[in-house]
Every structure is written in C-alpha cells, then in structure tokens.
Write a protein of this length. Structure first.
Length: 390
C-alpha cells in the first residue's frame, strides 16, 4: 500500500542560490516549506571556486536580513570600490563608490561559499523539510492544491510550487509555461588568476572585438575572469595550457596587473537570453534562472534571482493566514513587482551585447562616444550606480 502524500504549503524545486535564499527568507512565516534538490552543494575545497558572483549592496542587505551574510567567510570576499569600463577605441567609463557616497559598488563572492551557508541554514530551519536527493517526475495542478510525484515514488501535495530549478526548469515545462530562448552564440569563459600587481579593489571591464572581458577582484592579489566571447574563441581559450591562457588574458587586459598565474582551469558555459510567457500561474511561481536569463556583461544574473526570492518571500509572509498562497491572484503581486526590473535589464544587456559585438565602424564610433559622454556626466553615472546597487 503506497504511503500517504506529504502535505506542505510551499514546495521549492531547486536549492540553488535563489531557491535556498527564498526558503531561508520564509523562516518566520507560518508556512510548511519543502525544498527538493538533486544533490547538496560541493564541500569546501582548498582552492577557489571558478564560479564567482558580483553581489549588489541591495542583495547583501537581503542576505544579511535572512541571517546568511554574517556567517560568510570575510577572508574570501572582496569589496569593489571602483570600476573601469573600456571601449574598443579608447573610450572609458568610471564608477567610484566614494564619489557616489556608498561603501562599495559590489561584493565579489564565490558561488559555493554562499551555497554552502544557505544549505547549512536550511538544514537547521524548523519549518523546512529538506528532501535530497529528490527529483520531481510528475506535476498535477488542481483547484485546491498541486500534487508532485518524486522519482522515488513519494508524493507531495502543496498549495504552491516554486520553480527555482534553473534555465532548463522542469517546473516551467511541467506547468506548460512557454519560453523564448535566444542563444547568443557565445560562451562565458571563467577562470581565476593570481596577479603580480595589487588590484586595490578595482573591477575592470573591456569591450573588445572578441567579446566582453571582465576582471573581478578577489582577496589578495587575485582576480576572477569572465570572458564573454563567441563560441569558437571560447573553445580556443578553454583548450589553452595554463601558461598560454595567462599570457592571452594578460595581453587582452593590457598587462594591467602584471604577470598572471592560473589558479583554476578555464571553463565555458553557453550564454542565452530567455524570456518566459509568464512567471506565475495557478499554484506555480518561477524565480531566478527559471524565470529569466540575461547576458552576464552587467553582472546582474544572480542579483535578479536574489531579488525574486526577496519579493516573493515578502508576498508570502504578508499574506493573511486565511488566504491561499497558491492562488494566482495573490501571486500576481510578485509578478507585477518584478516585471519592470527584469524587462529593463534584459532589454539593456541585450542591446549592449548587440552594440558592442559587431565590427561596424559606425557602431564602434557610437558606442565609444556613448561611454565617453556618460563619463563626463557625473549625474548620469551616479544614477546608473544607484540603480545597480539596489
């Protein structure tokens, strides 16, 4: 005889950064929460993660509010005090935390560092049931609840299913929510380096004919590279030896930080723009990469995911107990609150990718003129920074 289904108010599918932060943000809500994850985060190793994120001050405040930020290892985090953006014909745009009257522009943090802290918090959270390893294989949405069947035969019923399971979201597909996927024909090539000269907390970005190259400062004389570049060039970079990669990256960055030593091997991941038909449906909500994907040149990918989690958690916490958290009319508050920022960043990053990619003389003049003009208008620069930091 099969076991009776387990009952929850919210089931979050995916315990990546967005899904885990949503669950932690619901720690004081009167909700029974389940989190489904295929595997736990990798244990901490002696080296550095190749996947690094730039966390906005607004999302640092969110992580502090849910109790995660204070437990992160400060020796593995680096504040960004200044950012330089260089065009392909000598143009330049500068952002300074000091000039904007803020402590820092962003924090550079390893993905694994945040993932492990959020995971450990989930394991201790009284209102969370952590199901791992667990994968859903069937979803049925009814008038009063949704039913999930797992790969091990267990069944769950819940008022709300949250898809936090990435760009290839199973929840999104099972719920029949369509998406428009636009591959850029590019990869984001990532690697970490030790550098000869100190970076002084300065992030550097170059718009080049072969893509967008970013150096993000890590603690000590180290930095993380993200090179968004066409597929063929990306494959070439990943195949280089350590010494060859160091020389190629140093040359591309105009030897700004002197000689380089590779800390982590290069790895590439495909870059895509994804827009979904909708982020909510009856008993369904999407957050993070399940809800949107953008080009990484602005560094806002995970920041959008954290903001999704913060807003959805607020909607669920504020909902009176007699109301059903899975009703679409309630979930639309979350959808409306997130629509403008997501659309704006998708539109801007997509336009910048198109503007800086072509080898077109007219566009080259236009994009470099735009960078230089913005750099001469402090008010515009401060508006851009204030928006970026949340």
């Amino acid at each position: 005889m099969p076991a009776p289904p387990l009952h929850f108010d919210v089931v979050i599918v995916g315990a990546g950064l967005a899904g885990a932060s949503l669950a932690v943000a619901l720690r004081e809500a009167r909700l029974r929460v389940a989190v489904l994850e295929g595997r736990p985060p990798e244990p901490a190793g002696p080296g550095w993660d190749s996947r690094i994120y730039a966390i906005s001050p607004g999302n640092a405040r969110f992580l502090e509010a849910i109790g995660a930020w204070r437990h992160l290892d400060a020796s593995r985090m680096c504040p960004v005090d200044h950012m330089e953006i260089h065009g392909d014909r000598g143009a330049r745009l500068d952002f300074s935390a000091y000039e904007c009257g803020i402590p820092e522009l962003a924090w550079i943090i390893e993905s694994g560092l945040m993932a492990r802290e959020l995971w450990e918090t989930l394991k201790r959270q009284a209102n969370v049931t952590l199901l791992c390893p667990a994968r859903p294989v069937e979803l049925a949405v009814g008038a009063e609840h949704a039913r999930l069947r797992l790969d091990d035969g267990r069944e769950l019923t819940t008022r709300l299913v949250v898809g936090a399971d990435g760009i290839n979201s199973w929840v999104r597909g099972a719920a029949g929510i369509g998406e428009r996927m636009h591959p850029y024909g590019e990869q984001g090539v990532v690697a970490n380096f030790a550098c000869e000269r100190p970076h002084h907390g300065r992030a550097l970005q170059w718009f080049r004919e072969d893509g967008v190259l970013a150096w993000l400062p890590l603690p000590g004389n180290r930095f993380s590279m993200v090179w968004s570049t066409p597929d063929e060039h990306a494959r070439e970079l990943v195949a280089l030896s350590g010494a060859e990669l160091c020389e190629r990256v140093a040359q591309a960055g105009r030897h700004r930080l002197g000689a380089l030593e590779r800390i982590t091997p290069a790895a590439g991941f495909p870059l895509r723009l994804m827009r979904v038909q909708r982020v909510v449906a009856p008993r369904i909500a999407l957050i993070g990469d399940a809800a949107h994907a953008i080009h990484p040149l602005s560094g806002h990918g995970i920041n959008l995911g954290f903001k999704d989690a913060e807003v959805l958690a607020g909607v669920l916490r504020d909902l009176p107990q007699h109301l059903d958290c899975g009703e679409e009319v309630q979930l639309r508050r979350y959808a409306r609150a997130r629509a403008e920022e997501v659309l704006a960043l998708q539109t801007v990053t997509d336009a910048l990718q198109k503007l800086f990619r072509p080898r077109n003389e007219a566009l080259s003049w236009l994009r470099n003129f735009g960078l230089n003009l913005t750099n001469r208008l402090p008010v515009v620069r401060q508006i851009l920074v204030r928006y970026a930091i949340g």
